[in-house]
Design a protein around this ligand. Structure first.
Ligand SMILES: [Zn+2]
Length: 227
């Protein structure tokens, strides 16, 4: 499978564990990552029952982020699951993912916080034209609070956190329910479910237009990106 030697020793790396969702079953995921023609690889795959498979040594770079800067400085974790149906993200999988992140952050001395434990959807494209091709997994219904709890995170992000000039709004996962439009053709509007996401409107009014993503609008894409 595709892999490249890291430019420096892993003990000195700043690494960002990152997770993604597969949307295909375990066997298909392994087949994709072991076929060089897919130009993709991942360090770890975690199944719904919590079983962890390592596919690339952490001292090697895997081709997983869609952004070479992040490939070179991160460890990739793929979750078997379905971004639009959070029932696939089982407690066993949250536990196993958290335990693995706890181990990796200990081993490579990485801060256990949301700035270093990134989702695929957090990673930017290398330029504005590439942004629409970036992924949106593990999806709006993924419970980050639960993952960070299992990972023993130092910083779980309070409801409203201000640091430097960045403000993070992190609503309660359980009480914040939203129904998003499916990214699958004909998928319609999904049933409201618990989410850590917030809808951002252009004005403080329920019927104000949503804020548009300039990177997506720039290439004429709809407000969706691939998983
Ligand atoms: Zn992804």
């Amino acid at each position: 499978m595709p892999r490249s030697p890291r430019p420096s020793a892993p003990a000195t790396l700043r690494t960002w564990p990152r997770w993604a969702t597969a949307e295909v079953d375990y066997e298909t995921t392994l087949a994709i990552f072991t076929n060089v023609q897919h130009f993709a690889s991942i360090h770890y795959v975690i199944q719904e029952d919590g079983h962890i498979t390592q596919m690339v040594r952490t001292q090697d770079v895997a081709w997983h982020a869609g952004n070479w800067t992040f490939n070179g400085s991160s460890i990739g974790i793929e979750l078997i699951g379905v971004a639009e149906d959070p029932s696939h993200y089982t407690d066993a999988q949250y536990r196993a993912t958290g335990t693995l992140i706890r181990y990796l952050t200990d081993r490579y001395d990485i801060p256990r916080d949301r700035d270093h434990i990134l989702a695929h959807e957090d990673l930017p494209g290398v330029n504005a034209a590439r942004q629409a091709a970036m992924h949106w997994d593990p999806g709006a219904y993924y419970d980050y609070e639960k993952l960070l709890r299992h990972a023993g995170a130092d910083d779980r992000n309070g409801p409203l956190r201000e640091r430097d000039e960045t403000v993070t709004i992190a609503p309660s996962y359980k009480s914040n329910e939203l129904g998003f439009t499916s990214c699958n053709p004909g998928g319609g509007v999904l049933a409201p479910r618990s989410t850590a996401a917030v809808m951002v409107r252009t004005e403080p009014s329920d019927d104000a237009p949503f804020l548009e993503d300039p990177a997506l609008a720039a290439v004429g894409a709809e407000d969706v990106v691939d998983v």
